[in-house]
Design a protein around this ligand. Sequence first.
Ligand code: NAP
Length: 312
Amino acid sequence: MKAAVVTRFDQAPQYRSFDLPADHRPHEEVVSVVAAGLHPRVRSQADGSHYTSTDSLPLVPGIDGVGRTAAGELRYFVLPDTRLGSMAELTVIDRRRSIPLPAGADPVRIAAAMNPAMSSWVALRRRIAFAPGQNVLVLGATGSAGRLAVAVARMLGAGRVTAAGRGAERLAGLGADATAALDGPADALAEAGRDIDVVLDYLWGEPTAAALRAIVPGRPDDERPLTWVQLGSAAGLESPIPSAALRATRLQIVGSGQGSVPTREIVTELGELAEAVARDAFALETRAVPLVDVESAWAEARTSAERLVLMP
Ligand SMILES: NC(=O)c1ccc[n+]([C@@H]2O[C@H](COP(=O)([O-])OP(=O)(O)OC[C@H]3O[C@@H](n4cnc5c(N)ncnc54)[C@H](OP(=O)(O)O)[C@@H]3O)[C@@H](O)[C@H]2O)c1
């Protein structure tokens, strides 16, 4: 079968032949892939930089997607760590990590939005004790996951939702109650952080350290808990966290993602999230690209504001 195949971590995947494994375990099933999202997580899988990478090559990238079963049913699936990902004509899914697509759902929309939407959804529902009415700040709100986090926080009952990121104009279009431009006036973040309860952080790196330096000293109530959820590393894999931030206020930093939330809990959330994506609750620009064009899609995805979806 044809697939996007990574043979070197310093090269984009190429469209070529790849063998489907002959043996399958219980619960596994071969599906024809209909759509697979090109998420940042997939890029880090393909360049070997993700924390789950085993350095084994060749591999087919893709961590989730929509597939058609032999019985003709469309299912959204998430894959385990595997060398046969979703960017192939066929892949092997574990039925227990998949759900039937909601009636009438667009496979491209589902493949594009489930991964970025899942980050904030799972964090708020499964990783922390989030209570309706709490104020949420999204750090890195202009990215796909960040903009969906604004909508997810609102849907899950947040009080005030603040969008923080680069570009005041882009932030203004995200539907948040307030915005804080990281490239704007220095006190914007301090002001926004005064009565925040939860930060959903997609950036890490220097922007996270700068945000802590801005927010922590400006909080009028040191005893008000501040839960900082580390979700992504769009600005850096490591961050020089100021030690005083952890002593000066009731700050708690936790991560949310594959490993820190059990897979069975993530899977439990898929159905409700897919319903929300299917009824168009989240605005996300998406573009479908034929799998044969995977190399050019890889280059485009680096700068595109759209979430690309590969279709065999
Ligand atoms: N934990 C999870 O469950 C989970 C799930 C999905 C995604 N993620 C992770 O979350 C992160 C974001 O994903 P995404 O899908 O939103 O990616 P994306 O669509 O590529 O967006 C990345 C965003 O990061 C911003 N950014 C990069 N460097 C920055 C800097 N120095 N200062 C301020 N903003 C900066 C970009 O802003 P500009 O537009 O201004 O460049 C862009 O808005 C990735 O690391 C991804 O792997 C985690």
